[in-house]
Design a binder for this molecule. Structure first.
Ligand code: FEO
Length: 165
């Protein structure tokens, strides 16, 4: 049985994952509108993944005797300066999500809730991967700069599923 405190924290995390999905959806739409079809494919996929992250927590909370609450969401940013600023924003967002995952793990340890701690370890690993992917994409964009051929190939590779090329 989840404590009320952990249930509330997990419900906050449901909101954060849902907002991540909305934010990446807005970025995907911006990229599609700008003609970056590969980047938009990547971001639409990323948005779907965030929805799955949210759903996993919804099921977990309900299975452990809590009540997962479906949140209302703030409207995400809809305009971005360029691709680099999109991925910089993703990195900053993921760092803040990692912090909130870490806070939940801290609470699990404090409450000696080993099941929830175990459940949250998947998110700990996932956050490491997401931060490192965003960093590697930013590094790649810094190398390319404003070179249009480089951006063309970057977009194509990202659309082909080669995110960290
Ligand atoms: Fe579900 Fe990107 O954190």
């Amino acid at each position: 049985m989840l404590s009320k405190t952990l249930e509330a924290k997990l419900n906050d995390q449901i909101e954060k994952e849902a907002y991540s999905s909305q934010l990446y959806l807005a970025m995907a739409s911006w990229a599609e509108m700008k003609g970056y079809s590969g980047v938009s494919t990547f971001l639409y996929g990323h948005s779907d993944e965030e929805r799955q992250h949210m759903l996993k927590i919804v099921h977990y909370v309900n299975e452990r005797g809590g009540h997962a609450i479906v949140p209302s969401l703030d409207k995400p940013d809809t305009n971005f300066n360029d691709l680099r600023s999109v991925f910089q924003r993703i990195l900053e967002h993921e760092v803040s999500v990692s912090q909130s995952i870490n806070d939940i793990v801290d609470l699990c340890l404090k409450e000696k809730d080993h099941s929830t701690n175990n459940f949250m370890q998947w998110y700990v690993s996932e956050q490491m991967e997401e931060e490192s992917l965003a960093k590697s994409i930013i590094d790649k964009l810094d190398l390319i700069g404003t070179d249009s051929t480089g951006l063309y190939f970057f977009d194509r590779e990202l659309g082909n599923g080669n995110a960290a090329v």
